[in-house]
Design a protein around this ligand. Structure first.
Ligand SMILES: [Cu+2]
Length: 335
C-alpha cells in the first residue's frame, strides 16, 4: 500500500473508533447522531437535509400573500396554545398567533391603516409589538390578560419586511415559544413583479421528554445558554428541503426574510446565486447590489432579489452552518 494511503487509512480507522466510543446522544437535536458515520454525504452541495420531492407542497406555504387591496387592513389575531410539529416525530407545545408558527403573514402598503385586534385565548398575559409601527409601546404594546382583548390602529410609513412578536416579559420566552411573524409593507410605488416568498428564521429550545413521542416544552436554561435544538425556516426543520420550492429558470425571485430569533443572526445565502439586490428594510434607494451573503439581524427583516441561472437544485441556508445542520436549510428547484 502507498505510504500516504496507509496514513489516511489509519486516521480514518482511528476516527471511526473514536466515534464509536462516544456515548449515545440523548438530546432532541437532529444533529445528535454523527451524520458522517451513517452514510456517504448527500450528492447535492449543502445537502444538510435530504432533498425530497416537489410533488407535495410543504406544510407551510412560503408564497407571499398578494399586496393589500384596500386602504384599511383589518388584522384580528387570537392567541392560542397549540401543539405544533417542529420535525417529524418532534411535537412541541407552542404559544401562537392563530394556532400557527410563525403567525400569518400580514401585508399592507405605506399609508394604509392597520386595524388590529388581539384576543387572548391563552393561559397567561400576551401582547403585540409591530416593528413596522411608530407608536408608544406604553399605550398599545401592553399586556392583554387571558380572555381579554385589545384594539388599536396604526399607519405604516416605512416600506420593508418587519418582524411582529409578542412583547410580554420575558420576551425571549414568548418568542421562543412561537409568538412571531412577518409583516410586509409595500412602497407606494410597487417593486417590479417577481415570484415572492416569505421566510421567517427562528429557534427552538426543547426539554428532553422521557417518552420520545411526548411533546416538548421550552427549556429556559438552553435558551439562556444559546443552545437551540432546532433553527428553522417558517417553523419546521428543513421543510423546504423535504418539499423544494419550484421556480422557473431566470425568473425574478424576491425573498422576504425575517429573523425572529430570539438569539441567532441569519447569514442568509442561496447556493449557486448572487443577490442582484438586497434591501435593508426595503428602502429602494439604499439597495445593496451583487451580494453573496447578508446577515439578517435578530429582530430585523431584509428583502433579497435574485434569479437562478440554469435548471437544478439550489439550497438556501443560514451560512452559520451549525444552524443549517439544525434545520435552517431549504431548496429551490429551478426548471
Ligand atoms: Cu406572549
Amino acid at each position: 500500500m502507498h505510504r500516504r494511503t496507509v496514513v489516511w487509512f489509519s486516521l480514518a480507522v482511528l476516527a471511526v473508533a473514536a466515534c464509536q466510543r462516544r456515548p449515545a446522544a440523548t438530546s432532541n437535536t437532529n444533529n445528535a447522531t454523527e451524520p458522517w458515520t451513517a452514510a456517504p454525504p448527500a450528492d447535492v452541495s449543502h445537502g444538510e437535509a435530504r432533498v425530497g420531492s416537489t410533488a407535495a407542497p410543504a406544510p407551510v406555504d412560503p408564497r407571499a400573500p398578494q399586496p393589500a387591496a384596500g386602504r384599511v387592513v383589518k388584522v384580528r389575531f387570537e392567541v392560542k396554545e397549540a401543539r405544533i410539529t417542529v420535525e417529524q416525530g418532534v411535537p412541541y407545545d407552542a404559544w401562537t398567533f392563530e394556532g400557527r408558527v410563525p403567525g400569518p403573514v400580514v401585508r399592507a402598503t405605506v399609508g394604509d391603516t392597520v386595524d388590529f385586534t388581539l384576543v387572548n385565548r391563552g393561559m397567561m398575559p400576551h401582547s403585540m409589538d409591530f416593528h413596522a409601527a411608530q407608536i408608544a409601546p406604553s399605550r398599545v404594546y401592553t399586556n392583554v390578560m387571558p380572555g381579554d382583548s385589545i384594539h388599536y390602529r396604526w399607519v405604516p410609513l416605512v416600506p420593508g419586511v418587519f418582524l411582529y412578536h409578542c412583547g410580554t416579559a420575558p420576551v425571549a420566552m414568548h418568542i421562543a415559544n412561537g409568538m412571531y411573524g412577518a409583516l410586509i409593507v409595500d412602497p407606494a410605488r410597487p417593486l417590479p413583479p417577481a415570484r415572492e416568498f416569505v421566510l421567517v428564521q427562528s429557534e427552538f429550545y426543547m426539554t428532553t421528554p422521557r417518552d420520545t413521542t411526548a411533546a416538548r416544552q421550552l427549556d429556559w436554561n438552553k435558551l439562556l445558554g444559546l443552545a437551540p435544538d432546532y433553527i428553522v425556516f417558517n417553523g419546521i426543520a428543513h421543510q423546504y428541503a423535504d418539499h423544494p420550492i419550484r421556480v422557473a429558470v431566470g425568473e425574478p425571485i424576491r425573498l422576504y426574510v425575517v429573523d425572529a430569533g430570539p438569539n441567532r443572526v441569519s447569514a442568509f445565502h442561496v447556493v449557486g446565486a448572487i443577490f442582484s439586490r438586497v434591501y435593508v428594510d426595503a428602502v429602494p434607494d439604499h439597495a445593496w447590489q451583487g451580494v453573496q451573503t447578508a446577515d439578517v439581524p435578530v429582530g430585523g427583516g431584509m428583502i433579497f432579489e435574485t434569479r437562478l441561472a440554469e435548471p437544478g437544485t439550489y439550497p438556501f441556508v443560514t451560512h452559520a452552518f451549525a444552524d443549517a445542520t439544525k434545520g435552517a436549510v431549504g431548496m429551490f428547484e429551478a426548471r
